[in-house]
Design a protein around this ligand. Structure first.
Ligand code: 13P
Length: 254
């Protein structure tokens, strides 16, 4: 079964109401490949989710950037999976490195979040990735497989999971992984899924790349056999996000 190309736009902690409306207008006016070829998901900050959902074209979908690890309640400042479901938000990004590193979210905690969000009916973009220090010490695969293991230990149905491989050293740095570097880790991750979860999950789970993806480098990355799409930060706030969506056509002849 072919894996449908997936392009996510992670807007992170950016935007005003006016800016958000402008980005949505640009997206709504864009001519992009059909939904059969590419799945497009944009992830604005929580406060703009209802606005974006109400304005965005129906063939694109919205995602939150995080949610609470269990059922809501007395957790000041948190947003529960139930609330996202209540608002009709289908996706959530979990385990982004900015949260793992700055807010010290441990692998186990991210695994718990993924399992809980899935149990509530959300689809999850689960992020993994190594720091520069970890890459240089040769522990890239040990790190990303340890991160993936805590998810795999808690998840039985992978149909609603997309894995985003986002090397920390490539995020927001302009220093994109080379197509060969991305392919190598994606293929290893798929191999890990094959050995530790199963052949079907390994063959069907989308593994997308994130880290300084832009309109100029997306095609070459998209051409890699185990790169099933992108999670885009900075460039998702700009018109070049359309070019990144269009890179899905590189896979069309698969
Ligand atoms: P940049 O595309 O800005 O490097 O960010 C990538 C990212 O963190 C997406 O989640």
């Amino acid at each position: 079964m072919a894996r449908k190309f997936f392009v996510g736009g992670n807007w992170k902690c950016n935007g005003t109401t006016e800016e958000v409306k402008k980005i949505v207008t640009t997206l709504n006016e864009a001519e992009v490949p059909s939904e059969e070829i590419v799945e497009v998901v944009v992830s604005p900050p929580f406060v703009f989710l209802p606005l974006v959902k109400s304005l965005l074209r129906s063939d694109f979908h919205v995602s939150a950037q995080n949610c609470w690890v269990r059922k809501g309640g007395a957790f000041t400042g948190e947003i529960s999976a139930e609330m996202l479901v209540n608002l009709g938000i289908p996706w959530v990004i979990l385990g982004h490195s900015e949260r793992r590193l700055i807010l010290i979210e441990a692998n186990e905690f991210v695994g718990d979040k993924v399992a809980y969000a899935l149990s509530q009916g959300l689809k999850v973009i689960a992020c993994v990735g190594e720091t520069l220090e970890q890459r240089e010490s040769g522990s890239t695969m040990a790190i990303v497989s340890a991160q993936t293991k805590e998810i795999a230990d808690r998840v039985s149905n992978w149909a609603n999971v997309v894995i985003a491989y986002e090397p920390v050293w490539a995020i927001g740095t302009g220093k994109v992984a080379t197509p060969a570097q991305a392919q190598e880790v994606h293929a290893e991750l798929r191999k890990w899924l094959h050995g530790n979860v199963g052949a079907e999950v390994a063959a069907t789970t989308r593994i997308i790349y994130g880290g300084s993806v832009n309109g100029g480098n997306c095609k070459e990355l998209a051409a890699q056999p185990d790169v099933d799409g992108f999670l885009v930060g900075g460039a998702s706030l700009k018109a070049e996000f359309i070019d990144i969506i269009k890179s899905a056509t590189v896979k069309k002849s698969d």
